[in-house]
Design a protein around this ligand. Sequence first.
Ligand code: AP5
Ligand code: ZN
Length: 217
Amino acid sequence: PVLILLGPPGAGKGTQARMLEEKYSLVQLSTGDLLRAAVAAGTEAGLAAKAVMEAGELVSDEIVINILRDRLGDADCAKGVILDGFPRTTVQAEALNALLAETGQRINAAISLEVDDSEMVTRISGRFTCADCGEGYHDTYKQTAKDGVCDKCGGTDMKRRADDNAETVVSRLEAYHAQTAPLVAFYDAANCLQKVDAMGAIDDIAGALSSIVDTAT
Ligand code: AP5
Ligand code: ZN
């Protein structure tokens, strides 16, 4: 199956994608993670993307589509994918349709996580992540059981993202509303849109997503 998680920064795409990945044995494909890895590795795409990401703007369609196409071709993705943070523009959505047509796959569901802008600033400014396994946490909403020690892997190296500051969040929200929000209508027209209220508790939202996945796959 192919599942898409749409939603503004901080909506919980990464949090939910990781839970779905485990429950349904799918592969989470986050273009944000792939781009951060490219930046860390200092590849050509990473060098081009770094400043754009720090400004909270969207990286060029060309770079993102190339990165996604490469990863989607890996053997493990054949069991099914959850796209987290891709597509983010109509050009990317059309490129995805073309890629899936080549392999005879279809989109089972494009799930839009609906949250208020004010909540996103709170979620993003409190976020931190385990550097060893990638598990996401939050200062208020999702703390580690033992202070500073990852519940999943026992790692103690917690990091915060360079673009998780109040100023950049505003640009990221603007980019979402201008360039990504139109995809809600795009997938509605393609008859695969599912809207989920993402203001509630993490586990309740996970329950709603599971019902959608069970029906759509
Ligand atoms: P990306 O990495 O995709 O970031 P984003 O879209 O801004 O999304 P986030 O990762 O910030 O939020 P999330 O929805 O995953 O929330 P999370 O689950 O962490 O992109 C970063 C940048 O890369 C972009 O700005 C752009 O420059 C570039 N980029 C990436 N893809 C691109 C593309 N396709 N095209 C062009 N450029 C691209 O949750 C947030 C926090 O809230 C966590 O602390 C979590 O614990 C907590 N939380 C989650 N759910 C809940 C809940 N229900 N209640 C309370 N707290 C919660
Ligand atoms: Zn960990």
